[in-house]
Ligand binder design. Structure first.
Ligand code: ADP
Length: 225
């Protein structure tokens, strides 16, 4: 797990790509890093920001993918969009081509503003999109599928069959483990996560010191403009 060579100095704080299956505990873990003062950038949030009501990009989404995606309040019906692209690869690629440049720009803007000694980037589909090489370390939040399923149902409701389909559409636990540099196993009480995060925090501070890419002090609220 420690086979990855030391990251080259990039002139920016090292980025830790935090990933894991749905309801594995990514948000829970990222909040613990946040509580230690580490800037956290959430890819899902960035993806929502770029198509916020009133943006030009949202208007383009409606133009290209249909006005039925527009909710009465003008916002994007994300579940309708997900259904539209779920089985249609061509449409999904078109949507990605439209959104990804804006997502990249906003991510870089937030990362530059956030500074910090290192940063946590929460990337739910990091393994599925083979994006590991963009991060100095890949941190996986891992838990047995049975727990993932139980937490997903407890958090979002819905039926067990739908939840199973959602899990099956994502990378397997083994594939994720193979892509990870560091692993937090989230199979105990939430309080068990605190020392695991504290230990990794020390490790990532050491990594940041070794790569010499110390940024400015962390912005208090990296998500704010
Ligand atoms: P993700 O961001 O990966 O989808 P979350 O952090 O939202 O996952 O966790 C999924 C759900 O499980 C949330 O309701 C969260 O509060 C709960 N949860 C996370 N870790 C634990 C744990 N160790 N024990 C019990 N519940 C947990």
């Amino acid at each position: 797990m420690d086979a990855r060579p030391a990251a080259p100095a990039t002139g920016r704080p090292p980025r830790i790509g935090l990933t894991g299956g749905v309801a594995s505990g990514k948000t829970t873990v990222s909040l613990l890093f946040g509580a230690l003062g580490v800037p956290v950038i959430d890819a899902d949030q960035v993806a929502r920001d770029v198509v916020a009501p009133g943006t030009r990009l949202l208007a383009q989404v409606f133009e290209n993918f249909g006005p039925q995606l527009r909710r009465a309040d003008g916002s994007l019906d994300r579940s309708a969009l997900r259904r539209l692209v779920f089985t249609d690869t061509r449409t999904r690629r078109q949507l990605e081509a439209l959104l990804h440049p804006a997502i990249r720009v906003r991510t870089e803007l937030l990362a530059a503003k956030a500074g910090g000694q290192y940063q946590i980037h929460v990337i739910p589909l990091l393994v599925e999109t083979h994006a590991g090489s963009q991060y100095e370390r890949v941190l996986l939040v891992d838990c047995p599928e049975s727990l993932q399923l139980a937490r997903l149902l407890a958090r979002d409701g819905g039926d067990a069959q739908q939840a199973q389909i959602m899990l099956a559409s994502q990378a397997s636990r083994e594939t994720r483990l193979a892509a990870a540099d560091d692993v937090i196993v989230n199979d105990g009480a939430p309080a068990d996560l605190t020392p695991k995060v504290a230990a990794l925090h020390q490790k990532y501070l050491a990594l940041a010191a070794a790569t010499g890419a110390l940024g400015p002090p962390a912005h208090a609220h990296p998500g704010e403009d």
